[in-house]
Design a protein around this ligand. Structure first.
Ligand SMILES: *Cc1c(COP(=O)(O)O)cnc(C)c1O
Length: 358
């Protein structure tokens, strides 16, 4: 499928960031967006890149009522040579299609998604920031656009991609987070939609997240929805525990989002000879390991922060500091290595880097 390109009029271009270190995540968007339409029986059509604009939607559009919508999040990195690279983008495109399948939405060809981003970056490459650690965030999205009230999969969809520059996450160095274990609210259950990057997961997480914030915590540590014993995720990140010299992360059993960063940490740690276990871990085991001193470090993983060290946990009104509340050795090492690969400062033995041809 060809992509029709309608460049923004130079006089209508948006002002670029004046200070890349002050970019707030998700506030500023680049000049163009990709969009295409789907209709059952006809497939995808009218692939086009147009100036960034507000969508016009029927108030009965199904996504607005029944939440049939999915998204992805990945970044474009500018290397010292001025060229732009992506980090494991195929993983995002494939996950997008798995999310789509779970939500009864149409598939988008993986090779076509590469073409979409490359065509978009050909126009908006100047929006990829230059300072180390900053990047252009890419947000592919699919929504049910058919105007229809009544619960069933829609017959019409919009797929679009917007992008926006984001600052380095740790402009002032690592900042360990304090997390609140919610034993009242859950994010997802096995058999539900927790493993899909679908909108409902974020709406349902808000209440507990606000509660945690009111109590002075950064994120919620989610337990499993059935027994409320097994640790699942932290905020919108996957979670890792280092107990002595073993790295542990919960297995992907359906209620956990299969993070690209999670997968990268598992591969990298394994490559370094670290024992990595994808196994269930209870909150009691976590608290016990902290109290005996066996818990060396805890960290979250996700595209936004890469590695987010956890300094303290609150569970059932008690507080538990992880070691001295600082940044663990493996957290720092994994962060440096992954960020080093993303910016071309370290070797990429896994073939994770995708050079953008524009
Ligand atoms: C996106 C996301 C992650 C992290 O995935 P990455 O691919 O590493 O960015 C983890 N948990 C949730 C709930 C997410 O939405």
């Amino acid at each position: 499928m060809d992509i029709k390109v309608q460049p923004a009029d130079p006089s209508r271009r948006r002002p670029k960031p004046t200070d890349e270190s002050k970019l707030v995540f998700g506030r500023m968007f680049s000049d163009h967006m990709f969009i295409m339409d789907y209709r059952s029986g006809e497939g995808w059509r009218e692939a086009r890149i147009v100036p960034y604009h507000a969508l016009q939607m029927d108030p009965a559009a199904m996504v607005l009522h029944y939440g049939q919508g999915i998204f992805e999040g990945l970044k474009a990195y500018r290397w010292k040579d001025g060229k732009i690279r992506l980090f494991r983008p195929r993983k995002n495109w494939e996950r997008f299609n798995r999310s789509a399948a779970r939500m009864c939405m149409p598939q988008v060809d993986v090779d076509f998604q590469f073409k979409v981003v490359e065509t978009l970056l050909a126009l908006d490459h100047e929006w990829v920031p230059h300072s180390v650690g900053s990047s252009l965030y890419i947000r592919p999205t699919m929504i049910a656009s058919e105007p229809h009230l009544g619960v069933r999969p829609a017959n019409e969809y919009l797929y679009y991609v917007i992008t926006g520059p984001v600052a380095a996450y740790y402009a002032e160095g690592f900042n360990p987070i304090r997390i609140y274990v919610s034993n009242e609210f859950v994010r997802a259950v096995r058999g539900g939609v927790g493993e899909a990057k679908t909108m409902a997961n974020y709406a349902s997480s808000l209440f507990a997240a606000e509660m945690a914030k009111k109590k002075g915590f950064t994120q919620v540590l989610w337990l499993d929805g059935i027994e409320r014993r097994f640790v699942e995720e932290v905020g919108t990140m996957n979670i890792f525990f280092r107990i002595k010299d073993e790295l542990i992360t919960p297995p992907l059993t359906g209620s956990i989002l299969p993070g690209v960063t999670r997968d990268s940490v598992i591969e990298l740690a394994g490559h370094w000879g670290i024992k990595v276990s994808e196994r269930p871990i209870t909150i009691d085991e976590v608290i016990d390991a902290i109290q005996t001193g066996a818990m060396m470090e805890i960290f979250g993983t996700g595209t936004a922060a890469v590695i987010s060290p956890v300094g303290e946990i609150s569970y059932l009104d008690r507080f538990y500091k992880v070691q001295d509340g600082g940044v663990g050795e493996w957290s720092r090492k994994l962060y440096d290595e992954i960020v080093g690969i993303q910016y071309g400062e370290k070797e990429d033995p896994f073939g994770w880097i995708y050079p953008v041809e524009i």
